[in-house]
Ligand binder design. Structure first.
Ligand SMILES: [Zn+2]
Length: 495
Protein backbone atom coordinates (compact mmCIF):
# COMPACT_ATOMS: atom_id res chain seq x y z
CA UNK A 1 0.00 0.00 0.00
CA UNK A 2 1.12 3.53 -0.84
CA UNK A 3 3.08 5.13 2.06
CA UNK A 4 1.11 8.36 1.86
CA UNK A 5 -2.15 6.41 2.14
CA UNK A 6 -0.77 4.53 5.18
CA UNK A 7 0.07 7.87 6.81
CA UNK A 8 -3.39 9.29 6.16
CA UNK A 9 -5.12 6.20 7.56
CA UNK A 10 -2.88 6.38 10.64
CA UNK A 11 -3.90 10.01 11.21
CA UNK A 12 -7.59 9.02 11.07
CA UNK A 13 -6.94 6.29 13.62
CA UNK A 14 -5.12 8.73 15.93
CA UNK A 15 -8.14 11.04 16.01
CA UNK A 16 -10.45 8.06 16.54
CA UNK A 17 -8.31 6.98 19.54
CA UNK A 18 -8.29 10.50 21.00
CA UNK A 19 -12.09 10.68 20.68
CA UNK A 20 -12.45 7.29 22.39
CA UNK A 21 -10.27 8.45 25.25
CA UNK A 22 -12.38 11.60 25.65
CA UNK A 23 -15.61 9.60 25.60
CA UNK A 24 -14.22 7.24 28.25
CA UNK A 25 -13.17 10.20 30.37
CA UNK A 26 -16.59 11.85 29.92
CA UNK A 27 -18.30 8.79 31.37
CA UNK A 28 -15.86 8.14 34.23
CA UNK A 29 -13.75 11.04 35.51
CA UNK A 30 -15.07 14.29 34.03
CA UNK A 31 -16.72 16.66 36.55
CA UNK A 32 -20.29 17.60 35.53
CA UNK A 33 -19.31 21.25 35.00
CA UNK A 34 -16.91 20.13 32.28
CA UNK A 35 -19.72 18.96 29.99
CA UNK A 36 -20.15 22.13 27.90
CA UNK A 37 -16.49 22.66 27.05
CA UNK A 38 -16.02 18.93 26.56
CA UNK A 39 -18.87 19.18 24.06
CA UNK A 40 -16.92 21.84 22.13
CA UNK A 41 -13.81 19.67 22.22
CA UNK A 42 -15.62 16.56 21.02
CA UNK A 43 -17.34 18.53 18.23
CA UNK A 44 -13.99 20.01 17.15
CA UNK A 45 -12.25 16.64 16.93
CA UNK A 46 -15.29 14.96 15.34
CA UNK A 47 -15.12 17.62 12.65
CA UNK A 48 -11.36 17.11 12.32
CA UNK A 49 -12.07 13.39 11.81
CA UNK A 50 -14.68 14.24 9.17
CA UNK A 51 -12.26 16.59 7.36
CA UNK A 52 -9.58 13.89 7.23
CA UNK A 53 -11.96 11.13 6.05
CA UNK A 54 -13.45 13.34 3.34
CA UNK A 55 -10.21 14.93 2.09
CA UNK A 56 -10.00 14.75 -1.74
CA UNK A 57 -6.38 13.60 -1.40
CA UNK A 58 -7.38 10.54 0.63
CA UNK A 59 -10.20 9.63 -1.74
CA UNK A 60 -7.84 9.96 -4.74
CA UNK A 61 -5.42 7.54 -3.03
CA UNK A 62 -8.29 5.13 -2.26
CA UNK A 63 -9.49 5.30 -5.88
CA UNK A 64 -5.95 4.64 -7.07
CA UNK A 65 -5.71 1.59 -4.77
CA UNK A 66 -9.08 0.32 -6.03
CA UNK A 67 -7.69 0.17 -9.58
CA UNK A 68 -4.91 -2.25 -8.62
CA UNK A 69 -5.07 -5.99 -9.31
CA UNK A 70 -4.90 -8.74 -6.72
CA UNK A 71 -6.01 -6.66 -3.77
CA UNK A 72 -5.78 -8.40 -0.39
CA UNK A 73 -8.89 -8.74 1.81
CA UNK A 74 -7.42 -6.01 4.05
CA UNK A 75 -7.01 -3.59 1.15
CA UNK A 76 -10.52 -4.33 -0.11
CA UNK A 77 -11.85 -3.65 3.39
CA UNK A 78 -9.95 -0.35 3.64
CA UNK A 79 -11.52 0.77 0.35
CA UNK A 80 -14.98 -0.36 1.46
CA UNK A 81 -14.88 1.23 4.93
CA UNK A 82 -13.30 4.54 3.91
CA UNK A 83 -15.73 4.93 1.01
CA UNK A 84 -18.64 4.22 3.34
CA UNK A 85 -17.42 6.83 5.84
CA UNK A 86 -16.79 9.26 2.98
CA UNK A 87 -20.25 8.78 1.46
CA UNK A 88 -21.86 9.38 4.84
CA UNK A 89 -19.77 12.32 6.09
CA UNK A 90 -19.02 14.15 2.86
CA UNK A 91 -22.61 15.16 2.25
CA UNK A 92 -23.01 16.75 5.71
CA UNK A 93 -22.34 20.51 5.52
CA UNK A 94 -20.04 21.90 8.23
CA UNK A 95 -22.54 24.58 9.28
CA UNK A 96 -24.92 21.75 10.15
CA UNK A 97 -22.44 19.17 11.44
CA UNK A 98 -20.58 21.14 14.13
CA UNK A 99 -23.66 22.70 15.81
CA UNK A 100 -25.39 19.31 15.66
CA UNK A 101 -22.42 17.62 17.35
CA UNK A 102 -22.56 20.29 20.08
CA UNK A 103 -26.30 19.70 20.57
CA UNK A 104 -25.57 16.00 21.00
CA UNK A 105 -22.79 16.63 23.50
CA UNK A 106 -25.17 18.74 25.62
CA UNK A 107 -28.10 16.35 25.35
CA UNK A 108 -26.53 13.79 27.67
CA UNK A 109 -26.38 16.16 30.64
CA UNK A 110 -30.00 17.24 30.03
CA UNK A 111 -30.98 13.60 29.89
CA UNK A 112 -29.19 13.07 33.23
CA UNK A 113 -30.98 16.08 34.74
CA UNK A 114 -34.32 14.80 33.44
CA UNK A 115 -33.56 11.48 35.13
CA UNK A 116 -32.55 13.10 38.43
CA UNK A 117 -35.79 15.10 38.52
CA UNK A 118 -37.88 12.37 36.85
CA UNK A 119 -39.11 15.02 34.44
CA UNK A 120 -39.02 13.97 30.80
CA UNK A 121 -39.91 17.51 29.61
CA UNK A 122 -36.33 18.60 30.46
CA UNK A 123 -34.99 16.16 27.85
CA UNK A 124 -37.69 16.32 25.15
CA UNK A 125 -36.45 19.54 23.43
CA UNK A 126 -33.01 17.91 23.08
CA UNK A 127 -34.56 14.72 21.75
CA UNK A 128 -36.44 16.79 19.19
CA UNK A 129 -33.18 18.41 18.03
CA UNK A 130 -31.60 14.98 17.71
CA UNK A 131 -34.53 13.53 15.76
CA UNK A 132 -34.70 16.58 13.46
CA UNK A 133 -30.93 16.51 12.97
CA UNK A 134 -31.04 12.83 12.06
CA UNK A 135 -33.90 13.40 9.65
CA UNK A 136 -31.74 16.03 7.97
CA UNK A 137 -28.78 13.63 7.85
CA UNK A 138 -31.01 11.05 6.15
CA UNK A 139 -31.97 13.70 3.60
CA UNK A 140 -28.34 14.70 2.97
CA UNK A 141 -27.16 11.07 2.70
CA UNK A 142 -30.18 9.96 0.67
CA UNK A 143 -32.31 6.80 0.95
CA UNK A 144 -34.49 4.65 -1.22
CA UNK A 145 -37.14 3.39 1.19
CA UNK A 146 -37.17 5.10 4.61
CA UNK A 147 -34.98 7.66 6.45
CA UNK A 148 -34.38 5.14 9.26
CA UNK A 149 -32.63 2.80 6.79
CA UNK A 150 -29.74 5.30 6.60
CA UNK A 151 -28.95 4.66 10.27
CA UNK A 152 -29.45 0.90 10.17
CA UNK A 153 -27.02 0.80 7.26
CA UNK A 154 -24.60 2.99 9.21
CA UNK A 155 -24.35 0.38 11.99
CA UNK A 156 -24.35 -2.58 9.65
CA UNK A 157 -23.91 -2.28 5.92
CA UNK A 158 -26.93 -3.51 3.99
CA UNK A 159 -29.26 -3.57 6.99
CA UNK A 160 -32.73 -2.16 6.33
CA UNK A 161 -36.24 -2.20 7.73
CA UNK A 162 -37.16 -4.48 4.83
CA UNK A 163 -34.72 -7.08 6.15
CA UNK A 164 -35.33 -6.52 9.87
CA UNK A 165 -39.13 -6.22 9.92
CA UNK A 166 -39.93 -9.90 9.17
CA UNK A 167 -37.05 -11.12 11.36
CA UNK A 168 -38.11 -9.05 14.37
CA UNK A 169 -41.81 -9.75 13.80
CA UNK A 170 -41.15 -13.51 13.96
CA UNK A 171 -38.99 -13.14 17.07
CA UNK A 172 -41.54 -10.84 18.73
CA UNK A 173 -44.35 -13.38 18.28
CA UNK A 174 -42.18 -16.22 19.59
CA UNK A 175 -40.96 -14.26 22.63
CA UNK A 176 -44.48 -13.13 23.54
CA UNK A 177 -45.61 -16.78 23.22
CA UNK A 178 -42.77 -18.06 25.44
CA UNK A 179 -43.60 -15.49 28.14
CA UNK A 180 -47.32 -16.36 27.99
CA UNK A 181 -46.66 -20.11 28.14
CA UNK A 182 -44.46 -19.66 31.18
CA UNK A 183 -46.97 -17.37 32.90
CA UNK A 184 -50.00 -19.55 32.13
CA UNK A 185 -48.56 -22.91 33.03
CA UNK A 186 -46.45 -22.21 36.06
CA UNK A 187 -46.65 -20.29 39.27
CA UNK A 188 -42.92 -20.76 40.03
CA UNK A 189 -41.25 -17.44 40.76
CA UNK A 190 -37.64 -17.97 39.73
CA UNK A 191 -37.01 -14.24 39.85
CA UNK A 192 -37.20 -14.39 43.66
CA UNK A 193 -34.52 -17.06 44.06
CA UNK A 194 -31.55 -14.67 44.28
CA UNK A 195 -31.87 -12.65 47.49
CA UNK A 196 -31.68 -8.87 47.15
CA UNK A 197 -29.37 -6.67 49.15
CA UNK A 198 -26.06 -6.55 50.91
CA UNK A 199 -23.55 -7.40 48.19
CA UNK A 200 -20.60 -5.19 49.20
CA UNK A 201 -19.01 -3.24 46.38
CA UNK A 202 -15.51 -4.43 47.37
CA UNK A 203 -16.59 -8.07 46.97
CA UNK A 204 -18.18 -7.26 43.61
CA UNK A 205 -14.91 -5.71 42.47
CA UNK A 206 -13.04 -8.87 43.44
CA UNK A 207 -15.62 -10.93 41.52
CA UNK A 208 -15.38 -8.74 38.42
CA UNK A 209 -11.58 -8.92 38.35
CA UNK A 210 -11.65 -12.69 38.83
CA UNK A 211 -14.06 -13.02 35.92
CA UNK A 212 -11.70 -10.97 33.74
CA UNK A 213 -8.90 -13.31 34.74
CA UNK A 214 -10.95 -16.42 33.92
CA UNK A 215 -11.91 -15.21 30.45
CA UNK A 216 -8.33 -13.92 29.95
CA UNK A 217 -9.13 -10.27 29.43
CA UNK A 218 -5.65 -8.79 29.78
CA UNK A 219 -5.28 -6.23 32.55
CA UNK A 220 -1.93 -5.20 31.03
CA UNK A 221 -3.84 -4.04 27.98
CA UNK A 222 -7.00 -2.80 29.63
CA UNK A 223 -8.70 -1.86 32.86
CA UNK A 224 -12.01 -2.03 34.66
CA UNK A 225 -13.60 1.13 36.11
CA UNK A 226 -16.96 2.31 37.30
CA UNK A 227 -19.53 4.43 35.44
CA UNK A 228 -23.30 4.96 35.54
CA UNK A 229 -23.68 2.76 32.46
CA UNK A 230 -21.40 -0.18 31.71
CA UNK A 231 -19.43 0.54 28.55
CA UNK A 232 -16.32 -0.54 26.63
CA UNK A 233 -14.01 2.07 25.11
CA UNK A 234 -11.15 0.84 23.00
CA UNK A 235 -8.45 3.49 22.77
CA UNK A 236 -6.16 1.04 20.97
CA UNK A 237 -6.12 -2.75 21.14
CA UNK A 238 -3.46 -2.43 23.87
CA UNK A 239 -5.63 -0.06 25.89
CA UNK A 240 -9.19 -1.33 26.22
CA UNK A 241 -11.23 0.22 29.02
CA UNK A 242 -14.27 -1.44 30.52
CA UNK A 243 -16.70 -0.06 33.06
CA UNK A 244 -19.42 -1.60 35.20
CA UNK A 245 -21.93 -0.09 37.60
CA UNK A 246 -21.71 -1.79 41.02
CA UNK A 247 -25.11 -2.56 42.47
CA UNK A 248 -25.01 -3.55 46.14
CA UNK A 249 -28.60 -4.76 45.89
CA UNK A 250 -27.96 -7.46 43.29
CA UNK A 251 -24.68 -9.22 42.47
CA UNK A 252 -26.13 -10.72 39.26
CA UNK A 253 -26.27 -7.35 37.50
CA UNK A 254 -22.55 -6.86 37.87
CA UNK A 255 -21.72 -10.54 37.28
CA UNK A 256 -23.48 -10.42 33.90
CA UNK A 257 -22.32 -6.89 33.00
CA UNK A 258 -18.67 -7.75 33.72
CA UNK A 259 -18.87 -10.79 31.43
CA UNK A 260 -20.70 -8.72 28.80
CA UNK A 261 -18.14 -5.90 28.75
CA UNK A 262 -15.35 -8.48 29.04
CA UNK A 263 -16.73 -10.07 25.85
CA UNK A 264 -16.49 -6.71 24.06
CA UNK A 265 -13.02 -6.20 25.49
CA UNK A 266 -11.70 -9.60 24.37
CA UNK A 267 -12.74 -8.79 20.81
CA UNK A 268 -10.81 -5.50 20.80
CA UNK A 269 -7.73 -6.91 22.53
CA UNK A 270 -7.39 -9.84 20.15
CA UNK A 271 -7.50 -8.06 16.81
CA UNK A 272 -4.43 -8.75 14.68
CA UNK A 273 -1.95 -6.00 15.72
CA UNK A 274 -0.93 -5.67 12.05
CA UNK A 275 -4.26 -3.92 11.48
CA UNK A 276 -3.30 -1.12 13.86
CA UNK A 277 -3.34 2.22 12.05
CA UNK A 278 -5.32 0.93 9.06
CA UNK A 279 -8.77 2.03 10.36
CA UNK A 280 -9.68 -1.70 10.53
CA UNK A 281 -8.36 -2.33 14.04
CA UNK A 282 -11.74 -2.41 15.78
CA UNK A 283 -14.81 -4.62 15.74
CA UNK A 284 -16.53 -4.88 12.38
CA UNK A 285 -20.04 -3.75 13.44
CA UNK A 286 -21.94 -3.34 16.67
CA UNK A 287 -24.03 -6.44 15.96
CA UNK A 288 -20.94 -8.66 15.83
CA UNK A 289 -19.55 -6.82 18.86
CA UNK A 290 -22.78 -7.57 20.69
CA UNK A 291 -22.64 -11.21 19.61
CA UNK A 292 -19.26 -11.44 21.35
CA UNK A 293 -20.44 -9.69 24.52
CA UNK A 294 -23.79 -11.43 24.73
CA UNK A 295 -22.17 -14.82 24.17
CA UNK A 296 -19.94 -14.32 27.24
CA UNK A 297 -22.85 -12.94 29.24
CA UNK A 298 -25.50 -15.48 28.25
CA UNK A 299 -24.21 -18.64 26.58
CA UNK A 300 -21.28 -18.68 29.05
CA UNK A 301 -22.25 -16.67 32.16
CA UNK A 302 -25.78 -18.03 32.50
CA UNK A 303 -24.80 -21.63 31.63
CA UNK A 304 -24.93 -24.46 34.12
CA UNK A 305 -21.43 -25.47 33.01
CA UNK A 306 -19.84 -22.15 33.96
CA UNK A 307 -21.87 -21.84 37.15
CA UNK A 308 -20.78 -25.30 38.25
CA UNK A 309 -17.22 -23.95 38.09
CA UNK A 310 -17.67 -20.46 39.52
CA UNK A 311 -20.71 -20.66 41.79
CA UNK A 312 -18.81 -22.09 44.81
CA UNK A 313 -16.59 -19.01 44.65
CA UNK A 314 -19.65 -16.73 44.41
CA UNK A 315 -20.97 -18.39 47.57
CA UNK A 316 -17.67 -17.61 49.29
CA UNK A 317 -17.77 -13.98 48.19
CA UNK A 318 -21.43 -13.55 49.10
CA UNK A 319 -22.30 -15.80 52.08
CA UNK A 320 -26.04 -15.11 51.74
CA UNK A 321 -25.94 -17.48 48.71
CA UNK A 322 -24.63 -20.44 50.70
CA UNK A 323 -28.01 -22.13 51.13
CA UNK A 324 -29.00 -21.73 47.50
CA UNK A 325 -28.10 -24.79 45.45
CA UNK A 326 -26.38 -24.65 42.08
CA UNK A 327 -29.58 -25.85 40.41
CA UNK A 328 -31.57 -23.09 42.09
CA UNK A 329 -29.01 -20.43 41.17
CA UNK A 330 -29.15 -21.61 37.55
CA UNK A 331 -32.92 -21.12 37.61
CA UNK A 332 -32.54 -17.75 39.34
CA UNK A 333 -30.18 -16.49 36.65
CA UNK A 334 -32.46 -17.83 33.94
CA UNK A 335 -35.86 -16.62 35.01
CA UNK A 336 -38.25 -15.12 32.50
CA UNK A 337 -40.23 -12.21 33.90
CA UNK A 338 -41.56 -9.13 32.11
CA UNK A 339 -39.98 -6.04 33.68
CA UNK A 340 -39.48 -2.35 33.03
CA UNK A 341 -35.72 -1.97 32.63
CA UNK A 342 -33.95 -3.28 29.55
CA UNK A 343 -30.51 -3.78 31.08
CA UNK A 344 -31.97 -5.95 33.86
CA UNK A 345 -34.18 -7.99 31.55
CA UNK A 346 -33.93 -11.74 31.06
CA UNK A 347 -32.88 -13.18 27.73
CA UNK A 348 -36.43 -13.67 26.39
CA UNK A 349 -38.06 -10.37 27.31
CA UNK A 350 -34.86 -8.48 26.44
CA UNK A 351 -35.78 -8.87 22.77
CA UNK A 352 -39.17 -7.25 23.38
CA UNK A 353 -37.42 -4.27 25.00
CA UNK A 354 -35.27 -3.96 21.87
CA UNK A 355 -38.13 -4.41 19.41
CA UNK A 356 -40.08 -1.66 21.22
CA UNK A 357 -37.11 0.70 20.73
CA UNK A 358 -36.78 -0.38 17.08
CA UNK A 359 -40.44 0.40 16.48
CA UNK A 360 -40.09 3.73 18.33
CA UNK A 361 -37.09 4.69 16.19
CA UNK A 362 -39.01 3.88 13.01
CA UNK A 363 -41.79 6.18 14.22
CA UNK A 364 -39.34 8.92 15.22
CA UNK A 365 -37.48 8.94 11.91
CA UNK A 366 -40.10 7.93 9.39
CA UNK A 367 -43.17 9.74 10.77
CA UNK A 368 -43.95 13.18 12.11
CA UNK A 369 -44.88 12.33 15.67
CA UNK A 370 -44.62 15.22 18.19
CA UNK A 371 -41.93 14.32 20.78
CA UNK A 372 -44.45 14.95 23.58
CA UNK A 373 -46.36 11.88 22.34
CA UNK A 374 -43.38 9.54 22.57
CA UNK A 375 -43.57 8.69 26.32
CA UNK A 376 -47.23 7.66 25.88
CA UNK A 377 -46.45 5.49 22.84
CA UNK A 378 -43.57 3.88 24.76
CA UNK A 379 -45.84 3.05 27.70
CA UNK A 380 -48.52 1.58 25.45
CA UNK A 381 -46.02 -0.74 23.77
CA UNK A 382 -44.85 -2.00 27.18
CA UNK A 383 -48.47 -2.76 28.01
CA UNK A 384 -49.08 -4.50 24.66
CA UNK A 385 -45.94 -6.64 24.43
CA UNK A 386 -44.89 -7.15 28.04
CA UNK A 387 -48.23 -6.72 29.77
CA UNK A 388 -46.88 -4.17 32.25
CA UNK A 389 -47.73 -0.60 33.23
CA UNK A 390 -44.93 1.98 33.20
CA UNK A 391 -45.30 3.97 36.43
CA UNK A 392 -42.87 6.79 35.54
CA UNK A 393 -40.75 8.02 32.64
CA UNK A 394 -37.64 7.32 34.69
CA UNK A 395 -38.54 3.63 34.43
CA UNK A 396 -39.77 4.21 30.88
CA UNK A 397 -38.47 6.31 28.04
CA UNK A 398 -35.73 7.97 30.13
CA UNK A 399 -33.93 4.74 30.99
CA UNK A 400 -31.42 4.51 28.12
CA UNK A 401 -28.54 6.83 27.33
CA UNK A 402 -28.57 6.01 23.57
CA UNK A 403 -30.92 8.64 22.17
CA UNK A 404 -29.21 11.41 24.15
CA UNK A 405 -26.01 10.39 22.32
CA UNK A 406 -27.87 10.33 19.00
CA UNK A 407 -27.28 6.59 18.75
CA UNK A 408 -30.33 5.98 16.58
CA UNK A 409 -30.24 2.65 14.75
CA UNK A 410 -28.00 1.11 17.44
CA UNK A 411 -30.59 -0.82 19.50
CA UNK A 412 -31.25 -3.53 16.86
CA UNK A 413 -27.55 -4.47 17.19
CA UNK A 414 -28.24 -6.05 20.61
CA UNK A 415 -30.82 -8.49 19.33
CA UNK A 416 -28.89 -9.10 16.12
CA UNK A 417 -25.95 -9.84 18.41
CA UNK A 418 -27.99 -12.45 20.29
CA UNK A 419 -29.11 -14.02 17.00
CA UNK A 420 -25.52 -14.16 15.70
CA UNK A 421 -24.27 -15.45 19.07
CA UNK A 422 -26.65 -18.43 18.83
CA UNK A 423 -25.58 -19.21 15.28
CA UNK A 424 -21.91 -18.97 16.25
CA UNK A 425 -22.23 -20.92 19.49
CA UNK A 426 -24.01 -23.76 17.66
CA UNK A 427 -20.98 -24.10 15.38
CA UNK A 428 -18.56 -23.87 18.31
CA UNK A 429 -20.42 -26.66 20.16
CA UNK A 430 -20.30 -28.91 17.08
CA UNK A 431 -16.58 -28.34 16.68
CA UNK A 432 -15.85 -28.71 20.43
CA UNK A 433 -17.75 -31.68 21.75
CA UNK A 434 -16.04 -31.32 25.15
CA UNK A 435 -17.16 -27.71 25.58
CA UNK A 436 -19.31 -28.35 28.66
CA UNK A 437 -16.56 -30.34 30.37
CA UNK A 438 -14.01 -27.63 29.59
CA UNK A 439 -16.18 -24.76 30.77
CA UNK A 440 -17.25 -26.55 33.93
CA UNK A 441 -13.57 -26.89 34.85
CA UNK A 442 -13.01 -23.16 34.26
CA UNK A 443 -11.21 -23.69 30.97
CA UNK A 444 -12.59 -20.95 28.73
CA UNK A 445 -9.55 -21.01 26.42
CA UNK A 446 -11.15 -23.25 23.72
CA UNK A 447 -14.03 -20.76 23.33
CA UNK A 448 -11.79 -17.69 23.35
CA UNK A 449 -9.34 -19.32 20.91
CA UNK A 450 -12.21 -20.28 18.62
CA UNK A 451 -13.57 -16.73 18.69
CA UNK A 452 -10.07 -15.38 18.07
CA UNK A 453 -9.56 -17.67 15.09
CA UNK A 454 -12.98 -17.00 13.55
CA UNK A 455 -13.83 -13.43 14.54
CA UNK A 456 -11.56 -11.35 16.77
CA UNK A 457 -8.38 -11.40 14.67
CA UNK A 458 -10.08 -9.96 11.60
CA UNK A 459 -11.14 -6.64 13.14
CA UNK A 460 -13.18 -4.89 10.45
CA UNK A 461 -11.84 -6.83 7.45
CA UNK A 462 -15.12 -8.67 6.86
CA UNK A 463 -18.71 -7.42 7.06
CA UNK A 464 -21.04 -9.17 9.56
CA UNK A 465 -22.79 -10.99 6.76
CA UNK A 466 -19.47 -12.19 5.25
CA UNK A 467 -18.27 -13.38 8.67
CA UNK A 468 -21.46 -15.24 9.55
CA UNK A 469 -21.59 -16.84 6.11
CA UNK A 470 -17.92 -17.84 6.35
CA UNK A 471 -18.24 -19.39 9.83
CA UNK A 472 -21.73 -20.89 9.80
CA UNK A 473 -22.33 -21.47 6.09
CA UNK A 474 -25.61 -19.57 6.20
CA UNK A 475 -27.00 -16.03 6.32
CA UNK A 476 -28.55 -14.56 9.43
CA UNK A 477 -31.03 -17.16 10.70
CA UNK A 478 -33.22 -16.33 13.70
CA UNK A 479 -34.32 -19.98 14.14
CA UNK A 480 -31.13 -20.93 16.01
CA UNK A 481 -31.88 -18.25 18.57
CA UNK A 482 -35.58 -19.09 18.88
CA UNK A 483 -34.68 -22.78 19.41
CA UNK A 484 -32.06 -21.81 22.00
CA UNK A 485 -34.58 -19.72 23.95
CA UNK A 486 -37.31 -22.38 23.80
CA UNK A 487 -34.97 -25.25 24.76
CA UNK A 488 -33.49 -23.36 27.66
CA UNK A 489 -36.54 -21.66 29.13
CA UNK A 490 -39.01 -24.54 28.70
CA UNK A 491 -36.43 -26.75 30.34
CA UNK A 492 -35.83 -24.33 33.22
CA UNK A 493 -39.57 -24.05 33.87
CA UNK A 494 -40.20 -27.78 33.29
CA UNK A 495 -42.61 -27.20 30.39
ZN1 LIG B 1 -22.72 -4.36 24.71
Amino acid sequence: MNLLLEKKLQEIDYIGSALSLMYWDSSTEMPSKGATKRGDLLAHFANDYKTKVTSPELIALIDELALQDNLSDTEKAIIRTIKKKYDFLNCLPEDFYIPFKKDIALAESLWEEAREKNDVTIFLPSLKKIIDGNKLIAKYVGYTTTPYDVFLDEYERGLSTELLDPLFEKLKKECIAIVKNIQQTTSIKHEDIIPKGNYPKEQQKIMSLELMDIIKFSMDAGNLNESTHPVTNSITNDDVRLTVNYNENDFADVYLAALHEGGHGLYEQNIDPLLYGTTLCSGTAMSIHESCSRMYENELGRSKAFLSYYYPRLQELFPQLKDISLEEMYKGLNHCTPSLIRIHADEVTYNLHIIIRYEMEKLMLNEDIPVEELPKIWNQKYKDYLGIDVPSDLLGILQDIHWSNSLIGYFPSYTLGSIYASQLFDVFKKEHLTWEKDISSGNIAPLTEWMKKNIYQYGSIYTPSELIQKITGEEINVDHYINYLKDKYYNVYGL
